[in-house]
Design a protein around this ligand. Structure first.
Ligand SMILES: *Cc1c(COP(=O)(O)O)cnc(C)c1O
Length: 380
């Protein structure tokens, strides 16, 4: 039986207050990349993160990462360490800056950057007299990375850390929100993320000067002069006041959205617990709290009788959207010459993994349809 209704992986889920903020922007003619929605959205995020952080609302998560690298002083020829198992937007801004990405493999607990391999990469770069300028660590699919271990190593070598929390708004580690552990954190509000402004992002900073500098750079870096004078290269990266209005409404339902995704994750675990060939990306212990942006599973093809690729196609036939894990950056044609420190973990995860529908607007029938599709392919 074919499901007529498409079951999406992760689609936008509006609350009831977004339109009100947009109307207000129209009525007051704040239709620009500045205004009260932008200011208040920044304050809402900072308050939610609860660590006295300063937030700059930007046009995307990618632009936030780019500015984090600019503020970290990354320049042409600098090496920047980056998790390999991630979306390309984590790594591209390194190249925008003329830097050289150095990719590091994952560990098997969280699927995020391996602290041991990261240290190996740092030591190797230092032997070539190229100490890395920054480290980009990702909280993949919402799962917090091993920040304690990573920060300890980064401190030892005095390298600044940038947290790519694009997928991890609402996740935490030891009750501290992802994005607030490092020198800089970034968030994304793209259409498929845990909350969305249709497109948008934010840079999380430790102090006001950094956030002000990010705002300055994101609005074309205009000097304080009566005419247009520029002493530095600027960018057009600021968030629109209309989109920030969507963001303000979305912040009001963020906790519900996180809870709903976690609930779907629990449902999948419970429904598939008898199928030993399917395992989940899981919180290593009680200190880890994932927003489970996307529920991600590993399928052992020999035991299960079908590969993750075959299951993805079977789901497609039933109008269910699923997606392979991010293809690791060290396997990407565009990064084929970049150095890589690995032990095969991310390649294995990529081979076996599948992200299954996880949107906060899915109904129980949708989740049941996904489970049934998986069960059907389990060889007796
Ligand atoms: C979505 C995403 C980004 C980029 O965010 P945009 O807002 O789409 O530019 C960066 N890193 C990761 C891990 C992402 O998932």
């Amino acid at each position: 039986m074919t499901n007529n209704k498409k079951i999406w992986l992760s689609s936008p889920h509006m609350g009831t207050h977004e339109l009100g903020f947009i109307h207000e922007a129209f009525e007051t003619n704040w239709v620009a990349p500045l205004g009260p929605n932008v200011d208040n959205f920044e304050l809402d995020i900072a308050k939610y993160l609860n660590e006295n952080r300063y937030v700059a609302a930007l046009s995307s998560g990618t632009s936030a990462l780019h500015l984090a690298l600019v503020l970290s002083g990354v320049e042409r020829g600098d090496h920047v360490i980056c998790q390999s198992l991630t979306f390309s937007a984590s790594a591209n801004p390194i190249v925008y800056q003329g830097g050289i990405p150095v990719f590091v493999d994952s560990e098997t607990d969280t699927w995020n950057m391996s602290p041991e391999l990261m240290e190996e990469a740092i030591v190797c770069c230092m032997k070539m007299k190229k100490k890395p300028k920054a480290i980009i660590v990702v909280h993949l699919y919402g799962m917090p990375a091993k920040m304690e271990e990573i920060l300890k190593i980064a401190e030892k070598y005095e390298i600044s850390v940038i947290e790519d929390a694009a997928e991890a708004l609402g996740s935490s580690l030891h009750n501290r929100k992802c994005g607030t552990f490092s020198d800089y954190g970034i968030l994304s509000f793209n259409g498929n993320k845990i909350i969305t402004t249709s497109g948008g992002g934010a840079l999380i900073c430790k102090n006001k000067e950094q956030a002000d500098r990010a705002r300055f750079l994101s609005t074309q870096a205009r000097d304080n002069a009566p005419y247009y004078q520029h002493s530095t290269i600027g960018y057009n990266y600021r968030m629109s006041n209309i989109l920030a209005g969507i963001g303000r409404g979305q912040m009001m339902v963020l906790s519900e959205r996180v809870e709903k995704r976690r609930q779907s994750n629990r449902f999948y675990r419970e429904s598939l617990k008898d199928i030993n060939e399917i395992t989940f990306q899981s919180e290593p212990d009680k200190n880890y709290y994932s927003n489970f942006w996307l529920t991600s599973i590993l399928i052992d093809p020999k035991e299960f009788g079908a590969s993750s690729g075959q299951i993805r196609l079977a789901m497609e036939k039933e109008n269910i959207e699923s997606r392979p894990l991010w293809k690791p950056m060290h396997l990407q044609p565009v990064f084929k010459d970049a150095p890589f420190f690995g032990d095969g973990t991310s390649e294995k995860l990529f081979e076996l993994g599948l992200c299954i529908p996880s949107g906060s607007n899915l109904e129980e029938d949708d989740l049941v349809a996904v489970v049934n599709c998986l069960k059907k392919y389990k060889q007796k």
